[in-house]
Design a protein around this ligand. Sequence first.
Ligand SMILES: *Cc1c(COP(=O)(O)O)cnc(C)c1O
Ligand SMILES: [Zn+2]
Length: 494
Amino acid sequence: MKKSIAYYTLTTFGKDLNADFASVFKGRSCDEAEMTDANMSEVQGKLVYSCIGCGAHYDIYDFVYTCPECRSLLKIENLNFDRYRDIPPERWKEIFDSRKNTTLPELSGIFRFHELILPIVPLEDIIYLGEGQTPIVKANPELSDWAGAPFLVKNDGLNPSASFKDRGMASATSFLNHAIRARNLDDVLGICASTGDTSAAAALYLSYLPKAKVKAVVLLPKGKVTPAQLSQPLGSGAQVIEMPGVFDDCMRVVEELAQNYHVFLLNSKNPVRILGQKSYAYEVAQQLSWDTGDLVVVVPIGNAGNITAIMEGFIDLHELGIIRALPTILGVQSHHADPITRWRATGTYTPLKVSPSVAQAAMIGDPVSFPKVKKLVENHYNDLFHVVSVTETEIMEGMLTSNRHGHVVCTQGGESVAGLKKALEEGIVKKTSRFVLDSTSHQLKFALFQQMYFEDAFGPEYGIVTKDCLKSKPVSLDASAHTIAQYLGLKKKG
Ligand SMILES: *Cc1c(COP(=O)(O)O)cnc(C)c1O
Ligand SMILES: [Zn+2]
């Protein structure tokens, strides 16, 4: 008989606290002989889509992505969230910490924080492909000196499809899987527009669902994703459609499809994606032993779904008293695609036409989630939100320098490092703060740009000035120990 502290805790709460509370956590009795980790307390959240414009609510099973009344973005609200406040912060920490040792795959990833993500989805419907719980790696002294302060990299490139997008796909496809069973759906078409990684993640997660019920289609801007990223949805068996234009053009098409046809949208405009992506914030807090004092979290911004989710995640923890203060959020953009930096600097938001960027996954001129960012900043983050723009050269130097010091960051991760360096130089953040940088995908996805740097193959539109000291290339030598020893200048033994 195995007892899980987590469920033990939740179920005892059902007894300790008022009847209202017991109805939220309908766990089995902890005396039950069958008590195992699988005794997931049936946390019965009451989730609705809530319009960020007019405040209207819609049924969670309605599959709407913008408010039918006023066309604003939707977020998902747990109308029973207040009942969570009856649980003392220390208990929450115990619950989440106890799950570190779970043997249940379903609770091993982002659903360690089940109550805060999708409490309406029971264990049996959760899709877990190995996402989440990504490592935090400390920058070594040389790299810290280069950037201007010690920092930590949370490497979301170590997710199954090699980017953070897997977090949101795990929540979106778990919800879809649940809806298919609970509402007896079939013939579902999962669809997304992508800068590359969303489609890789969507195709991977959808491929796990029953083929008879769900098909996957992804829309990509032709020639604007790396070969590695194109190979991913193809390998997962999705229908890939290439279109002329950039991501913003694909997004417009997919929005029209979602508005007028029966499809399940897998872009971060679908707030079910945001739920899963909040797990990044929960994990950062837990990995820092729930101490977010003096913390700055550095995040590259593209469509602004990730930064929205991270800000919301920290708010959840703060509202439950699990963390004592919200961290500072430092967004980073390429100066070739920086509408949010400009908004922060001038107070005016204007969509931009983007120029080519090596941080291609963030090369977006009109971020869909901007209205959410604006609200979060106005209502919660105020002085705790900054954005800096960096040049393409700075992004490449951030990536190459990090990877020469033990990291495997992508160009967007390089953007985070470059953004930290710049924010320190400009005095936007204090050297004495603690920094966690989001490396949003794996180095290998963007190997193409590394190679272009080494070969000086960038066109003038990038404005990249290369440094020889950051270039690497193989040398060809004869298969002879003597030749190689000579080349390396080795000293002979004895
Ligand atoms: C999607 C993506 C981003 C940008 O995230 P948004 O949620 O669009 O702001 C950054 N880096 C990588 C690797 C991505 O795939
Ligand atoms: Zn509305």
